[in-house]
Design a protein around this ligand. Structure first.
Ligand SMILES: [Mg+2]
Length: 226
């Protein structure tokens, strides 16, 4: 559907305009095998591992942190973008697109590499990560980065916002889905619990909430922290 359609739902809260990674080459499409609905697990795994190397280089270059969170989340991120036709870059301004929220915003470097991989912007832009004045900051930033729906970093915000996107889509009758990746720290936030109750109450069957269960959080093992 055209982004200029008459739907009252303008889809998402994201910023940044889509820029083709390379206009001379076909747009990247989901890695789903034609018609089968399945994805090649080997290709998915290889893609995730290649992007993990990119993240390590980016984070090391920026003398930053949160490498573990980026590495553990990568399979989930790649799987979402590889299998959801509504997340292709060419639909970024489509109000009926699917939405993706990285609630564990400290894993921003992982999302930035995935968005580049799937054609939201040229991979060369990853060189901007953590440079002065760059929108590619250490937590997901909605300003000026195509594909980023919402700025996150403070935990507990992703699921509530995804709820709103999913409910809005259902209210206007479009097929948009809302994906959200949460951390264990997210799951300790009261707002996340309230959002889970809200999602169940409204039967948000177009909401896909994924928890990156890596067994660690900020200062240690989850079992020791809380
Ligand atoms: Mg964790």
């Amino acid at each position: 559907m055209s982004p200029n359609n008459s739907s009252p739902y303008q889809g998402g809260v994201g910023g940044g305009s889509f820029v083709s990674a390379n206009p001379s080459t076909p747009p990247r499409l989901p890695l789903v095998r034609g018609g089968s609905g399945s994805v090649d697990p080997t290709l998915l795994s290889k893609t995730a591992n290649r992007l993990r190397l990119q993240v390590i280089e980016m984070v090391a270059r920026g003398k930053s942190c949160h490498i573990g969170s980026c590495l553990s989340a990568m399979d989930l991120l790649v799987c979402c973008y590889a299998t959801a036709p509504g997340l292709v870059a060419q639909r970024w301004t489509d109000p009926d697109r699917d939405h993706f929220l990285l609630s564990k915003g400290h894993a921003a470097a992982a999302l930035y590499t995935v968005l580049a991989e799937f054609g939201y912007y040229p991979a060369e832009r990853l060189q901007e990560y953590l440079r002065d004045g760059s929108p590619f900051i250490g937590h997901t930033n909605v300003h000026g980065i195509p594909g980023v729906e919402f700025s996150t970093g403070s935990l507990g915000h992703g699921l509530p916002v995804a709820n709103g996107l999913a409910l809005a889509a259902k209210r206007v009758g479009n097929s948009s889905r809302a994906f959200v990746v949460l951390s264990e720290g997210d799951c300790e936030e009261g707002s996340t619990w309230e959002a889970a109750l809200f999602a169940a109450h409204h039967t948000l069957d177009n909401l896909v909430a994924l928890v990156d269960h890596n067994k660690i959080q900020n200062y240690g093992n989850v079992a020791d922290v809380l």
